[in-house]
Ligand binder design. Structure first.
Ligand code: ADP
Ligand code: MG
Length: 613
């Protein structure tokens, strides 16, 4: 018989272009076998006609190295002649058409579509040049053999004792004629099919004492053993599972030899029916900061593995989470594009984010040390969640810890809030490239004197995130290098200093936007600040990296109370040198570096010479 046109097209594709991920054929055939078992399972409990059927659902794999075949058998519902023609010769389902329409020409991507569009059976032609399907439908007498070499197919009457289907693949090459390989593929894709999968394997048999004495060669024997777990751990009740079960499962599935820091098992019933099992690793995965990081999440639909490279299952700021989402009410044959807009998956995603953040909050309350070890690894990534508009902003902010001028301990915003001073309505922070620079910034002097806490933000992402935050529980986030001076200088001080100020402005006009007096400094003679509508130095650095260089001149502030300036009155010829030095001192303490080193050195030498004379 001839295949329907679309099937022909599909087969040509399977054979000639989609070979980058061949091993998925086994997932597809096992998934079909599992479906067939599901169907008969359901009938045997729901339909009297099937009540007397002796039925122990199972799947069997058998390799024949001489004949170069792999046979996948199930004792499920089976197919009669019409079924074989309709299901394996024509494509009654819409999946094929959309599959063909969705092909991108990229073999790797396209082979991933196979499972999603329900054209799985034909994927067997990626590895086999001839396929035999021997099947007998439950409660029927006749069995049939369907044979195809992909150019067309034949159906003939056949002999089979029990109901179910045996699919024999005549393999094109030796690659899959290997028990170890097959076992690995089953473990990777089908470990959690809820039916047992057996395989005949050659195993060593223990020698008897007699044989040992005679120094006999070890014997091998064919043995049938179960090669999958056949239970989807995440579907089991939480009370039946121990920490150890979760830890083993994590190790086996996520290839991490460390125990997970946290596991979160959710069984959701009702409107959204799904099971999820999330793990937070102890250590950051190596590719955490790479653009092409691997997703750690596996999507299942009704226990059938769908994909492990969908980065949309959780927001990117949770990309360190490993785990499984198993949804009940999704068709197996939906495309990735449809998946992403799927309301059910969106619902699951939202609920999962809430759940994960909720558990992190609990951990933070219960075991601060453990939480902080989490935060040291993943806080930087979690912080990305604050970028732009985030519905979880409030929750994320409460999960944040910051370095602080108060001491060396990390501080949360709640702790900050508990230690406000007087009428304080702001959360003060300073951004810069290193902690030690920030700790020693002249801008901190006034805050330290008043015992007001300042958060020290030394991560690159901070200068992007912080200005977006607005406020936390009524407290406004405020960068201290963009705060205006409270102007607590006396009229007399200002008057006295006015002539100097004019000269400084003239001398430094190319390098700064303005020079002004300040009352915010205690020990330092000068500092650098910025207009609050313009990017500060840290932000400028970032913009530069992104190719958007902006040269914003800083504002130089001088502390008229400093001894440098009272002495300057008696040494007016040093004004140009002091102008250069006070500017560069302020720049250095901001981590900005000295641009004109020879000018700086000349002024410094002159003043040192004077001091020593
Ligand atoms: P899908 O599984 O999405 O329906 P496939 O191409 O994998 O698409 O399979 C096509 C159809 O062939 C199945 O829907 C099923 O009706 C039939 N079929 C395949 N394998 C078996 C099997 N082992 N037992 C019974 N029916 C099967
Ligand atoms: Mg299928």
């Amino acid at each position: 018989m001839q295949f329907q046109t679309e099937v022909n097209q599909l087969l040509q594709l399977m054979i000639h272009s989609l070979y980058s991920n061949k091993e998925i054929f086994l997932r597809e055939l096992i998934s079909n076998a599992s479906d067939a078992l599901d169907k008969l399972n359901f009938l045997s409990v729901s339909d009297d006609a099937y009540k007397n059927l002796k039925f122990e659902p199972k799947i069997e794999l058998k390799l024949d190295k001489d004949k170069k075949t792999l046979t996948i058998s199930d004792n499920g519902i089976g197919m009669n002649k019409d079924d074989l023609i309709n299901h394996l010769g024509t494509i009654a389902k819409s999946g094929t058409k959309s599959f063909l329409e969705n092909l991108s020409g990229d073999a790797k991507k396209d082979s991933q579509l196979i499972g999603q569009f329900g054209v799985g059976f034909y994927s067997a032609f990626m590895v086999a040049d001839k396929i035999e399907v021997l099947s007998k439908k439950a409660l029927e007498d006749k069995a049939y053999l369907w044979t195809s070499d992909a150019s067309g197919y034949e159906i003939e009457k056949a002999q089979k004792d029990t109901q179910g289907t045996s699919i024999t693949l005549h393999l094109k090459d030796e690659e899959f004629l290997n028990e170890f390989k097959i076992e690995n593929i089953v473990e990777k894709y089908s470990n959690h099919i809820q039916f047992p999968i057996f395989m005949e394997k050659e195993e060593f048999v223990p020698l008897s004492e007699e044989e040992q004495k005679e120094n006999k060669e070890p014997k091998k024997e064919l043995k049938i053993s179960q090669i999958n777990k056949a239970n989807a751990l995440w579907t089991l009740s939480k009370s039946s599972l121990k920490a150890n079960d979760y830890e083993n499962f994590y190790e086996q599935n996520f290839h991490d030899t460390n125990k997970p820091l946290l596991y979160i098992h959710t069984k959701s019933e009702g409107k959204l029916e799904y099971n999820s099992l999330f793990f937070i690793p102890q250590n950051a995965p190596f590719d955490l900061y790479r653009v092409d990081y691997q997703s750690g999440l596996k999507l299942y639909v009704k226990r059938v593995f769908i994909s492990d490279d969908d980065k949309e299952l959780l927001p990117t700021y949770l990309r360190f989470v490993r785990g499984i989402i198993d949804v009940e009410d999704l068709p197996l044959n939906v495309s990735r594009e449809i998946l992403q807009e799927n309301a059910i998956l969106k619902g699951v995603k939202e609920a999962s984010v809430k759940k994960i953040l909720g558990e992190l909050h609990k951990l933070k309350e219960k075991d601060k040390e453990k939480y902080l070890s989490f935060f040291r690894n993943f806080g930087r990534v979690l912080k990305e969640g604050l970028y732009g508009f985030s519905t979880e902003k409030e929750s994320l902010l409460k999960l944040m810890y910051f370095k602080s001028s108060k001491g060396t301990d990390l501080r949360s915003l709640e702790e900050y809030k508990n230690d406000l001073v007087d009428e304080q309505k702001e959360i003060f922070y300073i951004t810069g490239s290193s902690e030690s620079l920030l700790r020693n910034s002249p801008l901190l002097e006034d805050y330290k004197a008043r015992n007001v806490e300042v958060l020290l933000l030394d991560e690159e992402i901070d200068s992007i995130i912080m200005p977006m935050l607005g406020e936390f529980e009524g407290l406004k986030f405020t960068a201290i290098n963009q705060v205006e001076d409270k102007n607590e200088l006396s009229e007399e001080e200002k008057q006295n200093f006015a002539p100097f100020l004019a000269k400084f402005k003239e001398l430094l006009k190319d390098e700064v936007e303005d020079v002004r007096l300040t009352s915010r400094l205690k020990d330092s003679p000068s500092c650098i600040v910025y207009d609050k509508n313009k990017p500060d130095f840290a932000m400028q650095q970032l913009l530069k990296q992104m190719g958007q260089e902006q040269n914003v001149k800083p504002i130089l502030e001088l502390n008229p109370k400093h001894s440098i300036f009272s002495r300057l009155k008696e040494n007016e010829s040093f004004i140009p040198d002091v102008a250069i030095l006070t500017l560069n001192m302020a720049k250095l303490s901001e981590g900005m570096g000295v641009e004109n080193a020879s000018e700086f050195n000349a002024s410094l030498s002159k003043i040192i010479t004077k001091a020593l004379s």
